[in-house]
Write a protein that binds this ligand. Sequence first.
Ligand SMILES: Nc1ncnc2c1ncn2[C@@H]1O[C@H](COP(=O)(O)OP(=O)(O)O)[C@@H](O)[C@H]1O
Ligand SMILES: [Mg+2]
Length: 225
Amino acid sequence: MAQLELNDVSKIYRVGDSELTAMNRVSLQIEEGDFISIVGHSGSGKTTLVSVIGGILRPTSGRVLFEQDDICAMDDVQLSGYRNRKIGFMFQFASLLPMLTARENVMLAALFGRERSAEERQRADHLLELVGIGERAGAYPGELSGGQQRRVAIARALMNNPRMLLADEPTGDLDEETEAEIMSLLGKINREQQVTMLLITHNGALARTADRMLRMRQGSLISVT
Ligand SMILES: Nc1ncnc2c1ncn2[C@@H]1O[C@H](COP(=O)(O)OP(=O)(O)O)[C@@H](O)[C@H]1O
Ligand SMILES: [Mg+2]
């Protein structure tokens, strides 16, 4: 049984009188522990796809099963529970809150997730160690480099122990060397933490290092490897 299964999923945006098919009958199965990359031109529907998988966006039709739960059948409360407990998110920009320290940014995830506990700070520090910036736990985002901010964003995405990490062009504005570092960190987390990884990237060479590479083209999903 696949961890994630999409059956014939479409997303149609209605803008005024016109319709735009951002996802066109996409079917996909992802096994637990997979490292999947998704490439495709801007506007091909990549963000729409991960937003549907992450329970941020409801599809127009089709079925999405995560660990056998039909997430399309969930009400808003169940869906936010699903997002908080099962999915970790990383976006193009690190999106850290500037007035909070690295540690506090990581702990913030727990606020929206499980009940608060005394171990949260410890877990945040542990995760910052894991991503290689334990000694910067007390620094503010403005005091960190772009690569270091990405590391904090990864730690934050892992705070609630997600089953799957969705990363939407997480290294967008980084230089090549830092990008490669962040990618190898994601690979390490995939292997060592058994987190399924779904990575959208513009970098074809990096995308090919994944277990499986998919391509979006005008709302359709094409399997490359
Ligand atoms: N909220 C929205 N309303 C209307 N159209 C949208 C919306 N979000 C995305 N689109 C359109 O859907 C298509 C796919 O967008 P997106 O999933 O963001 O592509 P990608 O991430 O591959 O660049 C694009 O044509 C985009 O303009
Ligand atoms: Mg996008």
